[in-house]
Design a protein around this ligand. Structure first.
Ligand SMILES: *[C@@H]1O[C@H](CO)[C@@H](O)[C@H](O)[C@H]1NC(C)=O
Ligand SMILES: *[C@@H]1O[C@H](CO)[C@@H](O)[C@H](O)[C@H]1NC(C)=O
Ligand SMILES: *[C@@H]1O[C@H](CO)[C@@H](O)[C@H](O)[C@H]1NC(C)=O
Length: 312
């Protein structure tokens, strides 16, 4: 498959150049940056900023990579920013859920304290806990019955998040609804599904990995099938946008999330029939955590993920 070799190529390239830390741009707040040659849009997306903190993002075009450096020392219970890269464009069209036959999400990322990137695939555990960091790392898939809306975060009626990392126990929307929605294992990793609406009225599905996946290269189409084959969404719901980034809630000091590798590979065609588990299989959660505040055709190859360095 063409997309497989492409991902491997990117991974090798990053390894060879690791340590150079050369960035094409640094943007902060609500700005965005488009790498036109690769159709990638980078956005620090400090959509809920307060004046105590900041969100910046440094981007390298080739190979695509970004570092997201931030600090939000107040308001533990809410997302302040979602620095991310958009991996699909409106030109790529849309694909109905039932026509996603393969969707591989690939990334290697790191998270740690300070304003410099940590080694790829690592978590600075002691630093994260010392700074009381609350954040996640997620791919975000936007969908709508109307293909025009499916390309836009704020218009799409549905969002399917895949959390590959969680720090400080952020709760997904719908964490307190035991009636929804079951679990599925992909690549040996168990994911649990939650469903709830955000303030904008978007229905958000959240798949959470049982442990942090700092190096992930898996076909997650079973997670998509679990949703529509169980009737949680109509099968003709159109997917129009996939992004990758981190939702930043809180930290007493500076944090840097690095994504030196990201890629998606989508193959369309009638989805192969996979067995899906039941949607009601989760014991009601009582654990303490951070309550949520509320976000392609033929053989299509789209995507990449990123990394960049920001020095304060
Ligand atoms: C991810 O790593 C952090 C820091 O070590 C840890 O506190 C957290 O529980 C981990 N998340 C999962 C889902 O295991
Ligand atoms: C996962 O789902 C199965 C049923 O498919 C259920 O027996 C099991 O308890 C679930 N695991 C968790 C952690 O919820
Ligand atoms: C499903 O995928 C096939 C193969 O790419 C394509 O020919 C067909 O038009 C798609 N169907 C829909 C409804 O998008």
């Amino acid at each position: 498959m063409r997309c497989l070799s492409r991902a491997i190529f990117i991974a090798l390239w990053v390894k060879r150049t690791a340590g150079e830390n050369v960035y094409d741009t640094t943007i902060c707040g609500q700005k965005s940056y488009t790498d036109k040659s690769r159709d990638l849009v980078y956005t620090p997306n400090a959509w809920n900023a307060d004046d105590q903190g900041f969100q910046c993002m440094s981007v390298r075009n080739s190979p695509p990579a970004f570092d997201a450096t931030w600090e939000w020392p107040t308001g533990r219970d809410r997302v302040h920013s979602y620095p991310h890269v958009k991996l699909t464009t409106p030109d790529a069209g849309t694909v109905p859920l039932s026509n996603i036959s393969y969707l591989r999400l690939s990334t290697v990322w790191s998270m740690g304290t300070g304003s410099s990137p940590h080694p790829a695939g690592t978590i600075d555990e002691s630093g994260m806990s010392a700074q009381d960091v609350i954040a996640n790392v997620a791919f975000d898939i936007f969908a709508d019955h109307d293909p025009d809306n499916a390309h836009y975060e704020v218009k799409a009626e549905t969002e399917i998040m895949i959390w590959l990392g969680t720090f400080g126990k952020p709760y997904p929307l719908g964490w307190d609804d035991p009636s929804c929605c079951g679990n599925t294992t992909v690549g040996g990793v168990e994911f649990n599904l939650y469903r709830g609406k955000n303030q904008r009225g978007t229905m958000v599905f959240t798949w959470i990995a049982e442990s942090n996946q700092t190096s992930f290269h898996e076909d997650i189409s079973p997670l998509i099938q679990h949703i529509w084959r169980n009737g949680l969404l109509p099968e003709d719901t159109q997917v129009g946008l996939i992004s990758f980034g981190t939702e930043a809630y809180y930290s007493t000091g500076t944090v840097t999330f690095s994504a030196p590798e990201f890629d998606i590979c989508l193959l369309t065609g009638e989805a192969p029939l996979l067995p899906v588990g039941p949607i009601c299989s989760r014991p009601k959660s009582t654990a303490a955590g951070i309550r949520p505040s509320p976000w392609l055709s033929g053989l299509t190859i789209i995507g990449t993920v990123g990394a960049a360095l920001y020095i304060i």
